[in-house]
Design a protein. Structure first.
Length: 300
């Protein structure tokens, strides 16, 4: 299934209901698009810098010639040449910057598609080869209007406001061999403080400050009651079965005779750490199945 570059650039969103192999192929294409965008951004950035330095050099020489001009033919010809070269350099610089900006949007977060690939491969080990994943993967930045969930007055800075953002950039569903269905989502949280502040010179300046809050990993396992029916008598053992890495903290653990809901908050400094995110998600699945396996033994 080919990835449409125009669609990815427009929405920064990838959705699929496909087997593992198809999705991995698509993620590889996304990775190649990202690598191309990074390469082109660097290429056109260097060109824009080169043209900008050429503009500065040309303007400097033009100023020197204007000051030193004594109507000599050589000076006049040089000035005419510089008058022609400078606009050409300006146009070339603007063109390079425009081309660079075109690739900025598809220069996406590597850890999002790499982590998704890693999670899919982990889960696929306990799934039927013909099983499909229901996947929604977003590469949008978090601080955009669509992700804003509210604005509040700043708690102690008069006249300032705080915008709160919430962005679910991964949603994944599927079914294991034991007929247990999983529903996993990763939601990033952030806030942006903004307002007017008086500088040292006495002038008012509009300031903004963005603070990441963390990332919520939410997992729901819906399992067959006949297979894991004894889970109702395991309430005292449930909390001790959950083992999470130090990069995350448990926010919710709810167990019923139909499902387990577990939520963990990953600390802000680990938002783009693929290893930390993967360790937390793997630990959540393992902890849930430790509970289910004990329930299965008791059910027998």
């Amino acid at each position: 299934m080919a990835i449409e570059l125009s669609n990815l650039r427009k929405d920064l969103l990838y959705t699929a209901q496909s087997p593992l192999a198809n999705i991995l192929d698509d993620l590889q294409q996304i990775a190649e698009i990202d690598r191309l965008s990074e390469m082109k951004q660097k290429e056109y950035g260097k060109k824009a810098l080169f043209y900008f330095l050429g503009i500065l050099t040309s303007c400097t020489l033009l100023f020197i010639l204007l000051v030193a001009s004594n109507n000599h033919p050589i000076f006049s010809l040089s000035m005419i040449g510089l008058f022609l070269v400078t606009p050409a350099l300006i146009i070339a610089c603007i063109s390079a910057l425009v081309k660079r900006s075109r690739y900025k949007k598809t220069n996406i977060s590597n850890h999002r598609y790499d982590l998704t690939k890693q999670i899919l491969q982990m889960l696929a080990r306990d799934m039927d080869k013909a099983s499909t994943f229901d996947l929604k993967l977003s590469f949008q930045p978090i601080e955009i209007d669509n992700n804003k969930i509210g604005t509040n007055p700043h708690p102690y800075k008069s006249g300032w406001k705080v915008d709160n953002y919430r962005h679910e950039w991964l949603h994944l569903q599927g079914q294991f061999l034991d007929k247990t269905r999983f529903n996993l989502s990763l939601t990033q949280l952030s806030k942006k403080e903004h307002g007017w502040k008086r500088g040292s010179s006495g002038k008012q300046k509009y300031k903004t400050k963005t603070k990441p809050i963390g990332l919520d990993a939410d997992l729901k396992l819906s399992y067959p009651q006949r297979r894991y029916g004894a889970i109702k008598i395991l309430q005292t053992e449930i909390n001790s079965a959950v083992k999470l890495p130090q990069s995350s903290t448990l926010r919710l653990l709810k167990v019923t005779d139909k499902a387990i809901n577990i939520s963990a908050r990953i600390a802000p400094q680990f938002l783009e750490s693929q290893n930390a995110l993967y360790e937390t998600i793997a630990a959540m699945f393992l902890s849930c199945y430790q509970i289910l396996n004990l329930a299965k033994l008791l059910s027998k």
